[in-house]
Write a protein that binds this ligand. Structure first.
Ligand SMILES: [Zn+2]
Length: 157
């Protein structure tokens, strides 16, 4: 492996193993049995070195940069799917509430180095104000109707 980021040439790389104990919003005992998840990323630009995230038989992993343009992605929920989000650079606002709720969603800001678990049957949307580096881990085998867009007002602003 190179010892410099192939994006920005920084040598400020971090080798990480995501573990269930890093989850900021879930009892570790309730997490799927997929840990550890290994990769190396650049602390300066957030790029995952080699764009490679270790995956397994039950889940896929990938790296993306998100920008304010991605705010157009509609609030939604998954009927059975879940995803993990690990932030490598920056931070973003994640809004969520139970399916069918008409309450204003709860806001959590997820920042670099944090790991968040997005459960099934929770309506969620996100606001990216800057460029954000994101590692997403998604369960395999979702049924075709897993993804449902939230209709009506969601964010309340
Ligand atoms: Zn870099």
């Amino acid at each position: 492996m190179n010892n410099r980021c192939s994006g920005c040439r920084s040598a400020n790389l971090r080798k990480i193993a995501l573990t269930r104990n890093m989850l900021i919003n879930l009892d570790p005992s309730l997490a799927p049995d997929i840990f550890p998840i290994n990769f190396t990323y650049c602390i300066d630009c957030g790029y995952v070195v080699g764009a490679y995230v270790q995956t397994g038989p039950t889940h896929d992993g990938y790296f993306t940069y998100k920008t304010p343009a991605d705010n157009a992605y509609p609030p939604h929920y998954h009927k059975s799917g879940w995803h993990l989000e690990f932030v490598t650079k920056g931070s973003f606002n994640y809004y969520y509430r139970p399916v069918g709720s008409q309450e204003k969603p709860t806001l959590v800001t997820i920042s670099a180095g944090q790991l968040y678990f997005s459960e099934a049957n929770i309506e969620h949307g996100f606001i990216f104000k800057d460029k954000v580096g994101l590692v997403s881990i998604i369960n395999k085998g979702r049924p075709p109707n897993d993804f449902t867009v939230v209709t009506g007002d969601f964010y309340g602003f």
